[in-house]
Design a protein around this ligand. Structure first.
Ligand code: SF4
Length: 338
């Protein structure tokens, strides 16, 4: 299958001012992430707030330029492409935002919301734009005559369908969906997720899904990338990660969402807050919250490597694969296998 987007070692580092007389601090929001998404496939990026997943989404959506790394989108080097030639690339990747109440201009009719991208990027005349608008509304399960209404006349689920329709107007190859259903009622979430799945089947769309909700990820993803403090912890096929996580952080996330992880598994409760990315822990970035951390974890950063058909960044992934996660008692460190 055709690869729609490929990222190699993508990094994003921000300079944070600390007053007139001090050097700016460096905040590494994304610290070297690699992945590829084929047409018709979904990569879900999961992790707590502040882990860097939205920054990653903005880089892939061409809103932010990466500090380093490669990004090939629809066969074109998106980092090296000069700004004036980015228009075609911007048509290939479209965004669906989290909040359908805030992402639609309340003063514009739906027809104007949907036709604006066509006006800017194509030479379609008014009749062609109107026809395309009505056709895409039908594709997302809305009646074509809704084009003459305003956003406030729709429910949350309908507004998110309109936001998805706007993203589809230019026939993109990749949709970057940042928490696309988290603002919706649970009963509506499944309908919008099913719509995304149907559109993917029909148009072979690739999705980069940003989500903190593992139930949503289980519903729609093919591959999963677990991020923590800007780094990949575990990355691979959804079935593998959900059936048998090998990184303690993945295990903790699955244990915190009832009904999505494997049954009768060791429950890992995360201690404390996510550390500041301005002062990440030395060695393994997860070491300050990991119940299995030992001296080696604080001294040496585990390099991501392949274990059981996925990438894992933990010194003890092979032991966890062979013997499972040891029992954690209270807040004491568990004794590691082997
Ligand atoms: Fe925990 Fe150590 Fe593995 Fe990091 S390397 S996840 S601290 S056991």
């Amino acid at each position: 299958m055709t690869v729609v987007v490929e990222a190699k070692n993508l990094r994003q580092v921000y300079k944070i001012r600390r007053g007139m007389f001090r050097e700016p601090a460096q905040l590494q929001a994304v610290g070297g992430i690699s992945f590829s998404i084929e047409e018709g496939r979904t990569l879900a990026v999961v992790g707590e707030s502040g882990c860097g997943k939205s920054t990653l989404a903005r880089m892939v959506a061409l809103i932010e330029k990466p500090t380093a790394g490669e990004l090939v989108l629809d066969g074109t080097d998106a980092v090296a492409t000069p700004p004036q030639e980015k228009r075609r690339l911007r048509q290939a990747v479209q965004l669906v935002f989290q909040n359908p109440y805030a992402s639609l201009n309340p003063r514009k009719k739906i027809s104007a919301v949907l036709e604006d991208p066509l006006k800017i990027n194509t030479r379609m005349n008014a009749a062609e734009r109107s026809e395309r608008c009505r056709a895409v509304l039908a594709q997302v399960g809305l009646r074509p005559e809704y084009a003459g209404r305003y956003p406030h006349m729709f429910s949350g689920g309908q507004r998110q369908r309109i936001a998805i329709a706007r993203a589809l107007m230019l026939n993109p190859k990749l949709l970057v969906a940042d928490e696309p259903v988290s603002a919706l009622d649970v009963s509506i979430q499944a309908q919008v997720l099913n719509l995304l799945a149907d559109l993917q089947d029909e148009f072979k769309l690739a999705y980069l899904l940003i989500s903190h909700d593992l139930a949503v990820v289980r519903h729609i993803a093919h591959e999963v990338l677990v991020m923590y403090l800007g780094h990949v912890m575990e990355q691979g096929p959804k079935a593998k990660l959900f059936a048998r996580p090998l990184h303690p952080y993945t295990q903790a996330l699955l244990a915190s969402t009832p009904g999505v992880g494997p049954r009768n598994v060791q429950r890992i409760v995360l201690r404390g807050e996510l550390p500041s990315p301005l002062a990440p822990p030395s060695g393994c970035v997860f070491s300050s919250r990991c119940p299995y951390a030992v001296e080696r974890c604080r001294a040496e950063r585990p390099l991501p490597r392949e274990v059981d058909e996925r990438i894992v960044a933990c010194h003890f992934a092979e032991q966890f694969l062979a013997a499972g996660f040891p029992e954690v008692r209270g807040t004491d460190n568990a004794s590691l296998p082997g």
